[in-house]
Design a protein around this ligand. Structure first.
Ligand code: SF4
Ligand code: SF4
Length: 187
């Protein structure tokens, strides 16, 4: 089946998940280090306040923090971590499939161009995507998503063995007690 966005849907630009668990808070859109400046400039151009936090770091030893940031994340604009700040929810404009449009669509982060693909061999889509909920998996019309995912994977190969994950401390009020903040050693 060919992948296509569901009419009126903008769910992936709105809903953010706790990952890998509530302790880490909700994650944002993955931003590669080389994309960070460009996204910050786009926010200024669009008169938007954005928050970019680190996401994954690496180091040679188990020191107190990583020596290199492998990826950042663009946090949602709501207090609970949801809704990308670049999503246009107010002007009444529509995306080509009728959902809220992205203000930086042609310059959006690589992670947005890869979604909902999470694995290319075999092709695996994020089951939280509304298309997947309605149709299961897709195997066609995913060429640009595959290309983007491969680029991200290439950039995310760690050159050091120790991996750190950043706890955002952002999420629902009722989860505040279990959420941590700052770098946590992953392995
Ligand atoms: S990728 Fe999935 S969740 Fe996102 S807008 Fe398209 S159908 Fe909706
Ligand atoms: S940058 Fe655009 S496509 Fe990416 S999550 Fe934000 S609104 Fe959606």
């Amino acid at each position: 089946m060919e992948f296509h966005c569901i009419e009126d849907c903008a769910q992936c630009c709105i809903e953010r998940e706790y990952y890998p668990s509530k302790k880490f808070g909700k994650i944002g859109v993955l931003i590669l280090p080389e994309e960070k400046d460009r996204i910050e400039q786009l926010a200024i151009k669009n008169k938007l306040e954005i928050k970019i936090l680190p996401r994954v770091g690496i180091s040679e030893r188990n020191d107190s923090s990583p020596s290199k940031v492998l990826a950042y994340q663009l946090m949602g604009s709501e207090k609970n971590g949801n809704t990308c700040p670049f999503l246009d929810t107010t002007s009444g404009k529509k995306s080509p499939h009728g959902g809220y449009p992205c203000k930086i669509y042609n310059k959006r982060p690589l992670a947005c161009t890869a979604y909902p693909l999470i694995e290319s061999e075999p092709i695996t889509l994020d089951q939280k995507c509304k298309f997947c909920k309605e149709h299961g998996n897709a195997h066609a019309n995913l060429n640009s998503e595959i290309e983007s995912l491969l680029k991200i994977k290439e950039k995310m190969i760690p050159e050091f063995p120790v991996i750190w994950r950043y706890a955002t401390n952002i999420g629902e009020i009722e989860d505040q007690e279990v959420m941590d903040s700052g770098w946590i050693l992953e392995k």
